[in-house]
Design a protein around this ligand. Structure first.
Ligand SMILES: CC(C)(COP(=O)(O)OP(=O)(O)OC[C@H]1O[C@@H](n2cnc3c(N)ncnc32)[C@H](O)[C@@H]1OP(=O)(O)O)[C@@H](O)C(=O)NCCC(=O)NCCS
Length: 178
C-alpha cells in the first residue's frame, strides 16, 4: 500500500471510462440491463476511491440511482467519477453517466447520477484514515456541499430507523446507511 498525503485535490484522482454496450448485456426488453450500468459505476468509483486513499477501499453504500433514459445495445456509455467528500475513513464518490447513441449524432444523454460511499480499509479490513479531498473548482465546491447534505440525510435516516425499531422492540441493525 502506498503512503498517502494528508490531502488530495479532486482533479488528481478523477476518472472517466467509456464502454460500448453489447448484445449480452440486455434485459428482457432488449435495452441494456440496469445492473450492467451499476456494476460499471461501482467499478469506476472503486478505482477512484482506491486512488484517492492510496490503497483498498470497499463499497459501504450506494444511494438511490434513477435511470432517466434507456441505454440501447451499441450505445457508448461514459462514466465520470470523482471524490466529492471525505470523512475520516469514508469517501463519497459521485459518478455521472452519459451516453451517445451508436447510430446517430446528437446531444449526449444524461443517463443517471450515482453517489457511493467507500471506506478505506487496511490489511485486516478495518477502516483507515483517508486524505481530505480538496475541491478545486466551483463545481467541486458545489459537489462537496451537496455531499454533506446527503451525508447528514444518511445519518438522520439511520438514526430514525434505529429509534423506530427500538421503540417497537425490534432489533436494530446497520441497514439504515451512514
Ligand atoms: C464498510 C465497513 C468497513 C465499515 O466498518 P465499520 O466497522 O462499520 O466502521 P465504522 O463504524 O468505524 O465506520 C467507518 C466509516 O465508515 C462509514 N460507514 C460505515 N457504514 C456505512 C454505510 N452503510 N454507509 C455510509 N458510510 C458508512 C462511517 O460513517 C465511518 O466514516 P468516517 O470514518 O468517515 O467517519 C464494513 O461495514 C464492511 O466491511 N462492510 C462490507 C463492505 C463490502 O464488503 N463491500 C462490498 C460488498 S460485496
Amino acid at each position: 500500500m502506498s503512503s498517502s498525503p494528508s490531502s488530495r485535490p479532486t482533479s488528481e484522482t478523477r476518472l472517466s471510462l467509456s464502454h460500448i454496450t453489447a448484445q449480452n448485456e440486455t434485459n428482457l426488453l432488449g435495452t441494456v440491463h440496469g445492473g450492467v450500468i451499476m456494476t460499471l459505476v461501482d467499478s469506476v468509483a472503486g478505482v477512484v476511491a482506491a486512488r484517492h486513499s492510496g490503497g483498498p477501499a470497499v463499497t459501504a453504500s450506494m444511494d438511490e440511482m434513477v435511470f432517466l433514459v434507456p441505454v440501447r445495445v451499441g450505445d457508448v456509455v461514459h462514466f465520470s467519477a470523482q471524490v466529492n467528500w471525505t470523512g475520516r475513513s469514508s469517501m463519497e464518490v459521485g459518478v455521472r453517466i452519459t451516453a451517445d447513441r451508436w447510430d446517430a449524432v446528437g446531444p449526449q444523454m444524461h443517463v443517471a447520477s450515482a453517489y457511493l460511499v467507500f471506506v478505506a480499509v487496511d490489511e485486516d479490513g478495518k477502516p483507515r484514515e483517508v486524505p481530505q479531498v480538496v475541491p478545486v473548482t466551483d463545481e467541486d465546491r458545489r459537489r462537496l456541499r451537496e455531499a454533506e447534505i446527503r451525508r447528514s440525510h444518511r445519518l438522520a435516516r439511520r438514526a430514525a430507523i434505529i429509534a423506530s425499531r427500538e421503540q417497537s422492540g425490534e432489533e436494530a441493525d446497520e441497514g439504515g446507511g451512514r
